[in-house]
Design a protein around this ligand. Structure first.
Ligand code: TYD
Length: 135
């Protein structure tokens, strides 16, 4: 069972006078094999995304630029986490999640352990409550 709320994990970062280099290697720095990478950008200020949970997909979220909030809910508990450093991220798995309060320059990167599969989504909140109580 995954820990809730997730703690922020540091991304291994090599710093120097010419800038930062942050690296995530499958299995060394992250507990899963990365099969998919996507990022969201250009979000209007008032927009909110997500409103779903995944049955099996594991994800690691990093705000590469700017900031945003991630509302998470699992097993009757909820937490909002602010992401604003590109040297840290959060693991999410079965949480109902909503991303919001995007800064204008926000770029949110997601690493996932699975290929895109709509069947892995729970997009109905009532169904999510039922599913997470049964787990
Ligand atoms: P969705 O996961 O609902 O995005 P968000 O939670 O950020 O609002 O996906 C939005 C659309 O993009 C939806 O039509 C499915 C599609 N999509 C893919 O085709 N491949 C992917 O890897 C992802 C994440 C989404």
């Amino acid at each position: 069972m995954n820990e809730f709320p997730p703690k922020k994990s540091s991304v291994r970062t090599i710093t120097g006078s010419s800038g930062n280099l942050s690296v995530i290697e499958s299995l060394n720095d992250i507990s899963f094999e990365i099969k998919r990478i996507f990022y969201i950008s250009n979000m209007p200020k008032e927009s909110e995304r997500g409103f779903h949970a995944h049955k099996h997909t594991k994800q690691f979220l990093i705000c590469l630029k700017g900031s945003c909030e991630v509302y998470l809910e699992l097993r009757g508990k909820s937490e909002t986490i602010i992401l604003k450093e590109n040297t840290e991220g959060i693991f999410i798995q079965n949480e109902w999640h909503i991303m919001k309060n995007f800064s204008e320059d926000c770029i949110l990167l997601v690493l996932a352990n699975s290929h895109y599969d709509e069947k892995d989504y729970i997009r109905n909140y009532e169904e999510f409550l039922k599913y997470s109580n049964e787990k």
